[in-house]
Design a protein around this ligand. Structure first.
Ligand SMILES: Nc1nc2c(c(=O)[nH]1)N[C@H]1C(S)=C(S)[C@@H](COP(=O)(O)OP(=O)(O)OC[C@H]3O[C@@H](n4cnc5c(=O)[nH]c(N)nc54)[C@H](O)[C@@H]3O)O[C@H]1N2
Ligand SMILES: Nc1nc2c(c(=O)[nH]1)N[C@H]1C(S)=C(S)[C@@H](COP(=O)(O)OP(=O)(O)OC[C@H]3O[C@@H](n4cnc5c(=O)[nH]c(N)nc54)[C@H](O)[C@@H]3O)O[C@H]1N2
Ligand SMILES: [Mo]
Length: 767
């Protein structure tokens, strides 16, 4: 039961964050005096926080006072273990009956286990037997029916080996968690400015005058960014949030390091204003802001646009202006959910600021028009030359701690021919499959139609993270073979194929001793900084193996790419970095002297061409991309059929979770306690349905593709959210997300723009 109904006033961060941190560690049975020494050890050569991908400051203690980073670390460093006795004889049905929290809370996986449909239960096995079974299964399947999924938690070294193993085996199918996440950002930026990554560094945070924070909840998901915004605010920068929700971190934030604020228990409003767009309204809102700028520029020529920059560096300006002229304010107001005056106000702030950064996250990417919307972000920046100067730039704030690095390493279905050429040149005799591989969306389709017969995953929780999660989980059981390399048990593991392997791995925080000595791995954050990461805690079990070792041993067992020195790779990761350096030549610049620089400095930055105003596009210019508003999005189609009964649903994260890992049933920042099955609606929308705050409701997806998607008995909450919109938590509401509709161009699921109907719960007899 969701007890608390107020949005509350205690600040984000502050004392609550300190209390939560202490609780996180003690719940995992880790003595607090040890914690201090771990975090201290992180100053030099420690581990990269397995939390988010926001950059950290060189020389600062790792994760500073970041509550969320500490939760992620404590969750991994737990001394609780899942051993052979836990599994032996357990059926998938018994495991499925456990809650998501209970599955992960059992502790770290410590032994390889095998499921065979003919036996019907899991049992512990040895590593050699596990590899032999994997080899037998993979050799019997056509490689193109096998998919290799990577979540963004691993390391550059493991990700490089993962894609090498897949490609060496003959499968081009490398779906990755990025397909569910920042894929549209990558796609949009690549087209617009020639690099698919953000252009900002932490230095820019220290120099920007204006920040537009769009579709992002940094207090919960990137608290280190919150600290950077807080500091910017203290030095007089303006911070504007564009978000359907008035997220707590924007309205009240207290830096846990600020003792005065800590003592008073009060926070400051970090955002100068919050513009509550309708869900999916950003595209129109950004157009409105640009239209207002255009009008200002016409009223006072050369006062707003940076014409020199536009002339020298860009193309497509005239088409953009024509597009803005063709837009009608009434339509922009209707589609954005903002008033004209609000869009003009944002424009006025933007025209005044000498240096502007725009950051965004899933509030922009999980939408049908994600690519077009992100390209409006770039258009807006280009109009005033806000890329490639200090304090400016485009910053997609990445999700997982190494999701950007996984991509750089090619653990994804689309890589350049040059990269494949380099791999073939580095490992003689290797002939790689050049077919376009399946991304996550295509893997989901392949699971449904039976063309994907095996899923291997390096971390993650594919069956829960994917759209149409219940159907994906059921389809995984119909696979011939599933294999998961994981730190902890999760729901996807409870749905093995006919043959299923679960392999326990070391995590970022674990010391990694190999025959070549104690190993370090590397990661890449949202600012393209590559850093070394070394574990600090002795592994909880001698049976766990590192990700690079598991992938290398697996590849060797299946006979993938015999010219690859898998054994050498497993023993000493410096030899992997050596080959990464070779394979990256002419692909991603900046890896020269990889090992040497990593060992000497602990970190280095990959150069970002766009940040230096070099545009790696077809004609060497940054491109303004004009797009029309779309009429055929699933929500607009549903409104045509269902009228106002159709609401737009976003699925979002609570403060106490990391993606599918849910730490508790509370969301401290939204005043939710004890029950995550809630749906937040505008009070008028509730009233119109004859509902009141606290009522039980059922929610049904209105995508008309022949499948019924429903969740039942959620608690409705009256909330400050634009009319026509509603919000629920991921993954509780994930079964409402249709896999038949995607973001145009990027194939990202519409996790934040599903048409739904909310009705009073039908009373059912229990049982
Ligand atoms: N502690 C913690 N840290 C995390 C994660 C975690 O789960 N827990 N997950 C990691 C990962 S993989 C990712 S991708 C990131 C996710 O970080 P976020 O993107 O911040 O996470 P979500 O909760 O999905 O948040 C979406 C935000 O977008 C807003 N939003 C929804 N729809 C729209 C829209 O149409 N327009 C606008 N302008 N805003 C909208 C929501 O109100 C919400 O504030 O965080 C990473 N860091
Ligand atoms: N409805 C809805 N669905 C969504 C989203 C949403 O907003 N709404 N967000 C999407 C987004 S942005 C993302 S990125 C995806 C995330 O999708 P995934 O990346 O697939 O999911 P995670 O929850 O991050 O994976 C957690 C699991 O990873 C394993 N793990 C943790 N650390 C390690 C490690 O170091 N090594 C290995 N091998 N395994 C490890 C553990 O077993 C843990 O249970 O979900 C997507 N799904
Ligand atoms: Mo993500």
């Amino acid at each position: 039961m969701a007890r608390k109904r107020t949005q509350g006033t205690s600040p984000a961060g502050g004392r609550g964050a300190l209390r939560a941190t202490v609780r996180a560690w003690s719940r995992q049975g880790i003595a607090l005096k040890l914690v201090g020494s771990f975090l201290h050890a992180n100053k030099v050569g420690g581990f990269d926080c397995p939390g988010c991908a926001f950059p950290d400051k060189a020389g600062h203690p790792l994760v500073d006072s970041c509550e969320q980073g500490q939760k992620a670390i404590a969750w991994e460093m737990t001394r609780k273990a899942v051993g052979a006795d836990f599994f032996d004889g357990r059926t998938p049905a018994q495991l499925q009956a456990m809650g998501d929290f209970d599955l992960e809370f059992q502790g770290r996986l410590t032994t390889p286990v095998l499921y065979e449909a003919s036996v019907g239960a899991y049992r512990a096995i040895g590593w050699d037997e596990a590899y032999a079974i994997a080899a037998r299964e993979l050799r019997a399947l056509p490689p193109t029916s096998v998919a290799f999924y990577a979540s963004g938690r691993s390391s550059n070294e493991a990700a490089f080996l993962w894609q090498l193993a897949a490609r060496g085996y003959g499968s081009p199918n490398l779906p990755d968690s990025s397909n569910f996440c920042h894929e549209p950002s990558h796609y949009a930026l690549k087209q617009s400015i020639g690099v698919g990554k953000g252009t900002c560094t932490l230095d820019d945070f220290e120099r920007a005058e204006l920040f537009l924070v769009v579709g992002q909840n940094p207090a919960s998901n990137h608290p280190r960014m919150m600290a950077a915004l807080y500091e910017a605010k203290q030095r007089g920068a303006t911070i504007l949030a564009i978000n359907p929700l008035r997220e707590r971190g924007f309205t009240h934030f207290s830096d846990p390091k600020n003792l005065g604020e800590l003592a008073s228990g009060r926070g400051i409003a970090v955002a100068d204003a919050i513009y509550q767009v309708a869900i999916g309204g950003d595209f129109a809102a950004l157009k409105g802001v640009m239209k207002a700028l255009l009008e200002m520029e016409r009223a006072a020529p050369r006062s707003v646009f940076d014409h020199d920059f536009i002339a020298q560096h860009t193309e497509g300006f005239d088409a953009l202006i024509a597009d803005l002229d063709a837009c009608d304010w009434e339509v922009l107001v209707d589609r954005s959910g903002l008033q004209e005056a609000q869009m003009r106000e944002i424009a006025a702030h933007y025209a005044r600021a000498k240096a502007t950064m725009i950051t965004w996250c899933m509030g922009l990417t999980h939408h049908p028009d994600a690519v077009a919307t992100i390209q409006q972000v770039v258009n807006l920046l280009l109009l005033r030359g806000n890329i490639g100067r200090p304090g400016t730039g485009a910053m997609p704030v990445r999700g997982h701690s190494n999701v950007q690095g996984d991509r750089t390493m090619g653990a994804t279905s689309q890589v350049s021919d040059k990269y494949l050429d380099n791999i073939e040149a580095t490992f003689p005799g290797l002939a790689l499959c050049r077919d376009a591989g399946r991304d996550a969306a295509a893997v989901v389709d392949g699971l449904f139609d039976g063309s994907v017969r095996a899923l291997l995953s390096l971390g993650g929780n594919f069956g829960v993270a994917a759209p149409d999660s219940p159907r994906v989980l059921a389809a995984l059981e119909r696979c011939r073979f599933t294999l998961h390399v994981a730190t902890k048990l999760n729901r996807t593991h409870c749905h093995p194929g006919e043959i299923g392997l679960l392999l326990p791995t070391l995590g970022r925080t674990d010391r990694d001793l190999r025959p070549g000595g104690e190993q370090c791995i590397s990661t890449e954050d949202s600012s393209s900084t590559v850093r070394a990461s070394r574990g600090v805690q002795a592994p909880i079990s001698e049976l766990q193996r590192s990700e690079p070792a598991i992938v290398a041993e697996l590849a060797q067992a299946i006979g993938a790419a015999p010219s690859v020195p898998w054994g050498e790779f497993a023993d000493d990761y410096a030899s992997i970095r050596d080959r990464i350096e070779r394979c990256q030549r002419g692909v991603n610049v900046g890896f020269d002297g990889f090992n040497e620089r990593l060992m000497r400095d602990g970190r280095f930055m990959l150069p970002n061409a766009a940040a230096h105003r070099q545009w790696n596009t077809a004609n060497g210019k940054a491109r303004f991309m004009a797009h029309a508003l779309r009429e055929d999005t699933p929500v607009r189609l549903a409104r045509r059929t269902h009228g106002d009964a159709a609401l737009t649903l976003m699925t979002m994260r609570a403060h106490d979770q990391f993606n599918t890992t849910v730490y508790s049933s509370d969301d401290r920042y939204r005043g939710v306690e004890g029950d995550r099955r809630v749906v937040f609606l505008n009070a008028d929308d509730l009233a119109r349905r004859g509902l009141r705050d606290g009522d039980r409701v059922d929610i049904e997806c209105l995508v008309d593709d022949g499948h019924v998607r429903r969740v039942e008995a959620f608690t409705a909450r009256a909330w400050d959210i634009p009319p026509g919109c509603c919000a629920a938590y991921y993954p509780e509401a994930s079964s409402l997300i249709a896999s038949s509709v995607y973001a145009a161009g990027a194939h990202t699921p519409l996790y934040k723009e599903m048409p739904v109907k909310v009705t009073r719960a039908v009373a059912r007899t229990p049982g």
